[in-house]
Design a protein. Structure first.
Length: 232
C-alpha cells in the first residue's frame, strides 16, 4: 500500500458500504457482519436477459442494505465507495465470464447530470473493474440529451421511451470484433442497457455483456420497483 493511502486510511478509515462500520481490514469489501446478510445472487439468479446483449451479470439484488449503499455512493458523493462496490462486480465478472473481455465501458451520464453530481458513478465503477481485472476501460458512448430520471418512471414502456435515442456512439469509436463489457450501477427494466448495447453492436462489437452491482427486477417481472435517487 502506498504511503498516501496509508495516511488516508488513518485519517478516514474505510467503512463497510452497507452498514458504515469501520473495516478492520482496509482491503475488505464488506464487513464480517454484512457478508452473510447481503442479498447475494447465485447461479442463474445473477443473470438476466437484456436486448442486444449476450448477458447481464449482477452480484447482488437491489434490496436490504444495498439501496442505501448505492445512494451513499451516488448522491452523498462518497466516491470512495466505488472501490469496494467495484470489487464485488469484478469478482462477479471473473466468475461468470472467465474468458475475460477486450474492453470495459459504461452507460454515461448526461453533461447536465455530470455537472450536478460531480462525477460519473458508472465510469468510476468501470475503471476500477478494469484495473482489478487488467482489462482496458474507455468511453465508447455519450449521452446526447438529458432525460428524466429513470427512477421517476414506474412503467417499463415509459422507461424504454425515455432511454430511446438518448445515447450515441462516440465519434471514431471502432469496436470491430471486440468483446465489450457495459457497466452501470443498477439494472431495473434494462432499458438503458439495451439502448447502449444496441449502439455497441452497431459499432462492431462481436459480443456485449452487461455488468451491474445490483439487479432490481427479475426477467419479465412487471412489478413496479422504486429505486432510491436518480439515474443519469
Amino acid at each position: 500500500m502506498r504511503v498516501r493511502e496509508k495516511v488516508l486510511d488513518l485519517l478516514f478509515p474505510p467503512k463497510c458500504p452497507y452498514c458504515q462500520q469501520i473495516l478492520e481490514d482496509p482491503r475488505a469489501t464488506v464487513c464480517p457482519d454484512c457478508q452473510p446478510r447481503l442479498p447475494w445472487l447465485e447461479g442463474k439468479a445473477g443473470e438476466r436477459r437484456i436486448d442486444f446483449a449476450d448477458g447481464c451479470f449482477s452480484p447482488l439484488a437491489y434490496r436490504d442494505a444495498v439501496p442505501g449503499a448505492v445512494h451513499r455512493y451516488k448522491f452523498s458523493r462518497v466516491r470512495a465507495l466505488g472501490k469496494p462496490l467495484a470489487a464485488l462486480m469484478a469478482q462477479c465478472l471473473s466468475d461468470r465470464l472467465p474468458e475475460g473481455a477486450d474492453l470495459i465501458t459504461w452507460a454515461p451520464l448526461s453533461k447536465k447530470r455530470l455537472r450536478e453530481r460531480g462525477f460519473d458513478q458508472a465510469e468510476l465503477l468501470a475503471r476500477e473493474v478494469g484495473r482489478l481485472l487488467s482489462i482496458p476501460a474507455a468511453p465508447a458512448l455519450e449521452k446526447t440529451r438529458n432525460t428524466s430520471p429513470q427512477s421517476e418512471l414506474e412503467e417499463e414502456s415509459a422507461r424504454r421511451a425515455n432511454a430511446r435515442g438518448a445515447y450515441a456512439l462516440l465519434p471514431g469509436a471502432d469496436l470491430t470484433g471486440r468483446r465489450v463489457v457495459l457497466v452501470d450501477d443498477v439494472v431495473t427494466s434494462g432499458s438503458t442497457l439495451s439502448e447502449c448495447a444496441a449502439l455497441l453492436r452497431q459499432g462492431g462489437a462481436a459480443q456485449v455483456y452487461c455488468l451491474t452491482l445490483a439487479r432490481a427486477r427479475e426477467d419479465g417481472e412487471e412489478k413496479k420497483t422504486k429505486i432510491v435517487g436518480k439515474n443519469g
